[in-house]
Design a protein around this ligand. Structure first.
Ligand code: S3P
Length: 196
């Protein structure tokens, strides 16, 4: 058992009681797809709590994400990311919070992270976005250590696709954030999970 209480192996699956509604959404997708912006708006519209995993990582490590990559390396970043996720999920469960959680672009690549999200009953939504839009949004922004150049960006996207495709639902995130939120709210069957 962790200090946050996010134990995966014991007891009934959280939120799995008959008739229980899953009011837990996790947003996944590649860098630049708008997880934080859309997540923030969606949570505000629903009146749910908003968690931003990248922000939690930065505050846990007391370092920016580029500094974590530079000083500690990507394997250490992935460990911190898993710990931050575990803490967030523990808090959601403990407080029985309805929430929207913006993941990092690589979070669901680690199988234990995906398993934890599923265990805690999250509906995982992939913000699909055209490559040209992702490139335009990420170009010139310096806080993404995995954005080196266009060809490695495209390669990483191709590697990530199967993981994103495992999401419960997807929406077109090339649209403006408010439209993306509307699309999420109209999703079926995921929409059924949003009802309070
Ligand atoms: C990463 C994406 C970033 C951040 C880190 C690693 C990735 O988050 O977690 O730089 O592996 O794709 P965003 O997707 O929010 O940019």
């Amino acid at each position: 058992m962790t200090e946050s209480g996010a134990e995966l192996s014991s007891g009934a699956r959280p939120g799995s009681a008959p008739g229980a509604r899953r009011r837990r959404i996790a947003l996944t997708g590649f860098m630049g797809c708008g997880k934080s912006t859309v997540g923030h708006l969606l949570a505000r519209q629903l009146g749910w709590h908003f968690y931003d995993l990248d922000e939690m990582i930065e505050s846990r490590a007391a370092l920016s994400i580029p500094a974590i990559f530079e000083k500690l390396g990507e394997p250490a970043f992935r460990e911190i990311e898993s710990e931050a996720l575990e803490r967030a999920l523990g808090e959601v469960e403990e407080r029985q919070r309805a929430c929207v959680l913006a993941l990092g672009g690589g979070t669901i690549v680690q199988p234990q992270n995906l398993a934890a999200l599923r265990h805690f009953g999250f509906c995982i939504i992939w913000l699909r976005c055209e490559m040209e839009v992702l490139l335009a949004r990420c170009a010139g922004i310096r806080n993404r250590p995995l954005f080196q150049d266009e060809s490695s960006f495209r390669r990483l996207y191709a590697q990530r696709l199967p993981f994103y495709q495992a999401a419960d639902a997807s929406v077109d995130a090339s649209a403006p954030p408010r439209r993306v939120v509307e699309e999420i709210l109209s999703l079926r069957p995921a929409g059924a999970l949003l009802a309070s």
